[in-house]
Design a protein around this ligand. Structure first.
Ligand code: NAI
Length: 252
């Protein structure tokens, strides 16, 4: 029970990695606010946690909206009694080059992947600081560290996540707040299947390519969740500003 008595917010909590992490947080004793654009799916995850004897609430929100983020933080404080852990994980991808990307799509990707993390930290850091500290984990990507093809806005946004994480760690370490990024390789979620669709590629072939790495398979959401639990817990008490790569050795 590495997160006993902790109160956690998970954004994108209804999706592949977010759902697995919400369940893992609850299994470690945390009360969880499952935040997602998809209200019904968020409620289903919260119900799954409650059915297993845990504590969870679902909050429907668009994380790119400041009003929604303020409501998420207030509802969590009211409903769970505080915030000790935040997993800023909601994200979207557009598989297009710079030439193919509209300004609106660029702004949407940055709104969800980058501005949302800034907004969450803006509103949650004062609460954590007033409570002696906390742990924030942001979802970057292997492509935020090394780049990738046909995903210009995504790669730029995830690079921003990695460096924003370092800047947050510097600013708020003295307040007892640790901030780290987890950087997955290809993980078996709806996002990968959506990428195949966006690129007009055969899904099986796309997934087979995703498995082409030293460990010879793509990751499972639970394997990212395990790393996030560690970063959220006191086991990682001297780790901040780090970019933890969890990618099966996706070196190239
Ligand atoms: P997913 O598509 O399964 O889940 C994403 C969740 O975020 C969905 O439930 C969706 O409804 C929610 N969401 C999207 N926009 C939102 C918004 N504006 N407000 C609130 N919720 C919103 O994707 P997955 O794979 O679980 O992705 C989670 C994170 O992991 C993302 O940040 C993604 O970029 C990152 N990632 C995923 C990789 C993969 O291979 N699946 C690889 C590297 C990073």
């Amino acid at each position: 029970m590495r997160l006993q008595n902790k109160k956690a917010i998970v954004t994108g909590g209804a999706g592949g990695i977010g759902r697995a992490t919400s369940l893992a947080f609850a299994a470690e004793g945390a009360a969880v606010a499952v935040v997602d654009l998809n209200a019904a799916a968020a409620e289903a995850v919260a119900q799954e946690i409650r059915a297993a004897g845990g504590t969870a609430i679902a909050i429907a929100a668009d994380v790119s909206s400041e009003a929604d983020i303020e409501r998420v933080v207030a509802t969590t404080v009211d409903g769970l009694g505080g915030v000790d852990v935040v997993f800023n994980n909601a994200g979207i991808i557009r598989r297009t080059t710079a030439v193919e990307t509209s300004v609106e799509e660029w702004d949407r990707v940055f709104g969800v992947n980058v501005r949302a993390i800034f907004l969450m930290c803006k509103h949650v850091v004062p609460i954590m600081a007033g409570n002696g500290g906390g742990s924030i984990v942001n979802t970057g990507s292997g492509w935020g560290l090394k780049g990738g093809g046909q995903a210009i806005s995504y790669c730029a946004s995830k690079g921003a996540v990695v460096n924003m994480t370092r800047a947050l760690a510097i600013d708020h370490g003295p307040q007892g707040i640790r901030v780290n990024s987890v950087n997955p390789g290809d993980v078996n979620t709806g996002m990968l299947r959506d990428e195949a669709r966006q690129l007009g590629q055969d899904q099986a072939g796309f997934l087979a390519e995703a498995a082409d790495r030293p460990l010879n398979r793509m990751g499972e959401p639970e394997e990212i969740a395990a790393a996030v639990v560690w970063l959220a817990s006191d086991e990682s008490s001297y780790v901040t500003g780090s970019a933890l790569v969890v990618d099966g050795g996706g070196i190239a």
